[in-house]
Write a protein that binds this ligand. Structure first.
Ligand SMILES: C[S@@+](CC[C@H](N)C(=O)[O-])C[C@H]1O[C@@H](n2cnc3c(N)ncnc32)[C@H](O)[C@@H]1O
Length: 276
């Protein structure tokens, strides 16, 4: 028998996930909190929530708690216009010089997004006959999704996640058809070679890039889970790691907030940094 979840447990979970990961779950998310606690109690065999929360405050099962409370929905080439913008606007020029080209994928989830970025980079290198060194750094707070991403093996329903036709995906993935609309996509070594996955909490005070400046930052469909004041903090930290002239891509329902005066907007949540 698993313990029943009362309002106090829900409030404790709300407070702790905010404190630990910055995720803001207001009262209209109470049923989501309850479902996630329920699932966690089955996985961890929780008998008593007060005891569980007491342990959590001292770090016990902290990672399991984080992993249970993140929302990991993602897709290959999601909001596809960002990959087309990269391919058509940025890479034709930028891949002509020999400066390394570096992309940050913040909140990379199970990997579909960073692999889509990496495939776009390798395809562009081929099309534009470039020798420029390219790389993608992917970060997420959830260790489970990072493990899935490192393996890079996916089963996709192409009805739900239609794949683009402008890119030769078979050059970067071993693709096996499983049924009419199901395929398996296994990332090839050439793709994996330019990708690194790292755990990082976007709410951390210090980011692990030691002065590095990226050419492109993807930060999509994650800001929506934070309070506006925390979104401002995260955006400004990410922005400090974007090159002048670099591009920031945000998700369709996210906003540039206080950085508006420091960017040129291209539409579709594409922002070019024009001031520090
Ligand atoms: C909905 S997914 C978005 C994935 C991808 N960016 C996309 O647009 O398809 C949100 C991701 O943000 C991650 N996340 C949530 N809170 C985070 C935090 N504080 N630091 C880093 N990543 C976080 C979650 O683990 C999850 O994988």
């Amino acid at each position: 028998m698993h313990p029943t979840i009362n309002l106090e447990d829900i409030n404790q979970a709300r407070e702790l996930i905010y404190k630990i990961a910055g995720l803001y779950m207001p009262q209209n998310k109470d049923s989501t909190i309850k479902n996630r606690l329920d699932k966690l109690s089955r996985e961890l065999n929780i008998k008593d929530y007060s005891e569980f929360f007491m342990g959590l405050k001292h770090g016990k099962f902290k990672q399991e708690f984080i992993n249970a409370f993140t929302t990991n929905k993602t897709d290959f080439f999601r909001e596809g216009f960002h990959f087309e913008d990269m391919m058509n606007r940025i890479l034709p020029h930028r891949l002509q010089d020999n400066e390394p080209f570096e992309v940050l994928c913040a909140a990379s989830s199970t990997g579909e997004e960073p692999y889509s970025i990496a495939a776009t980079l390798l395809f562009a290198k081929e099309i534009y006959h470039s020798n420029t060194q390219v790389s993608v750094q992917a970060i997420d707070i959830d260790t489970f999704v990072l493990e899935v991403a490192r393996v890079g093996n996916y089963i996709i329903d192409t009805n739900l996640n239609p794949l683009p036709t402008w890119i030769e995906l078979k050059n970067y993935f071993d693709i096996t058809r499983l049924s009419e609309h199901k395929i398996r996509m296994q990332a090839k070594q050439n793709l994996k070679k330019i990708l690194t996955f790292k755990q990082h909490n976007l709410c951390a005070h210090v980011y692990p890039f030691s002065g590095k400046k990226f050419d492109i930052i993807f930060c999509r469909n994650v800001l929506i889970y934070f309070k506006v004041e925390d979104q401002e903090q995260i955006l400004s930290k990410l922005f400090s790691h974007l090159k002048l002239g670099g591009t920031l891509y945000l998700g369709h329902s996210e906003s540039i907030l206080g950085l508006a005066s420091k960017v040129d907007r291209l539409g579709q949540n594409i922002f070019i940094k024009v001031a520090e």
